[in-house]
Design a protein around this ligand. Structure first.
Ligand code: T6T
Length: 331
């Protein structure tokens, strides 16, 4: 999280879980239920990272509900996979259709910026959801988790699971994604506080569970003493869980994984994963609609909006205050 952001990170005990809530960095007139003449009928397109990903499905469901409540026309698009060449045609079609608003999770911090600049210059208001781009001029609002903090939470939890000793590895998607890069930064910096833990070089799986499964098995072959894994997102968490099961190492190698999609939750219940750092994609989607609605209505949107994360373990996953953060595979 940038140091210039005024932020309030609140540790809230939620049952046995801890919820990390970063309150909105500046208040805005936007709220969940205000509807006014400047808003109804406006057309908004949501372009998610990967359409089939429960993180983005959960985000889209909430965005659709909030858009309906405000009388906005929301169209949801999404890439088939995490790839600039797959997301670019979706962005180009937005440039052609010129909606009033665009909510987008750019799959890269740089590659799509020229297209986004052009879309913004033509009058479309942009809200960056989840991921963002380096260029600060893009977007009237940026809504996301505090991913660096999430990485730190994962490191503390994994170190505790490992008894603060042994070797650990980070497996993530690919470099150049604002969110997963921030998680790795927070995780790596926090892990430096545990001298008994040796971090192996980070591996990237291109958001492919099968690749993550193969990577964890080859890491185990090269480092039989491997004690811990940080899986940077849903598909990596799924893949690491599958790989550990295939190697017969479930429960022996401790895993902290980001997100809480159904297969990760099942692996947590089975004891293959030990900690999930769940985000609140529903809040990201709903709050992004609120910020666009505020802008349509001539009110000042919040430039940055932080959303909650919750550390989930087997001990607290049945607490309704925790399980409400499980991601959905459908609306
Ligand atoms: O972890 C989420 C999201 O926050 C990240 O930007 C990309 O991966 C996910 O979509 C989960 O697959």
């Amino acid at each position: 999280m940038s140091s210039t952001r005024s932020k309030r990170t609140l540790l809230i005990a939620v049952g046995a879980a801890t919820a990390l809530a970063t309150a909105a960095c500046s208040s805005s007139d936007a709220d969940g239920d205000s509807v006014s003449g400047g808003v109804a009928g406006k057309k908004v397109t949501l372009v998610t990272g990967v359409k089939s990903d429960p993180f983005y499905i959960t985000m889209a469901c909430a965005a659709e509900a909030r858009a309906r409540a405000k009388g906005l026309e929301l169209t949801v698009e999404g890439s088939a996979q995490w790839d600039v060449s797959v997301q670019r045609p979706l962005v180009d079609s937005v440039a052609a259709s010129r909606p009033d608003g665009l909510m987008i999770s750019p799959v890269d911090t740089e590659a799509l910026t020229p297209s986004l600049k052009q879309i913004q210059a033509s009058g479309t208001k942009i809200a960056l959801v989840d991921t963002s781009v380096t260029d600060p001029s893009i977007g009237i609002s940026r809504i996301s988790s505090d991913n660096e903090e999430g990485g730190r939470v994962a490191a503390k939890a994994l170190a505790q699971q490992m008894g603060e000793k042994g070797s650990a590895i980070v497996i993530s998607v690919k470099p150049g994604i604002s969110t997963t890069d921030a998680r790795i930064k927070g995780f790596t910096e926090e892990m430096a506080n545990y001298p008994g833990i040796t971090l192996l070089p980070t591996l990237y799986d291109n958001d492919e569970p099968a690749t993550a499964a193969a990577q964890i098995q080859s890491t185990l072959a090269a480092h039989p003493d491997l004690g811990g894994v940080f899986a940077g997102n849903t598909n990596t968490g799924k893949g690491v869980a599958a790989g550990l099961k295939q190697a017969g190492k479930q429960g022996d190698v401790k895993v902290a994984a980001f997100d809480a999609e159904p297969e990760e939750v099942a692996a947590l219940k089975a004891g293959t994963l030990q900690v999930l750092v769940a985000q609140d994609p529903a809040a990201i989607g709903a709050k992004a609609v609120d910020q666009l609605a505020a802008a349509f209505d001539g009110k000042p949107p919040a430039k940055q909006v932080g959303t909650t994360m919750v550390a989930i373990t087997k001990d607290n996953m049945n607490d309704p205050q925790v399980s409400k953060y499980f991601y959905r595979s459908g609306c």
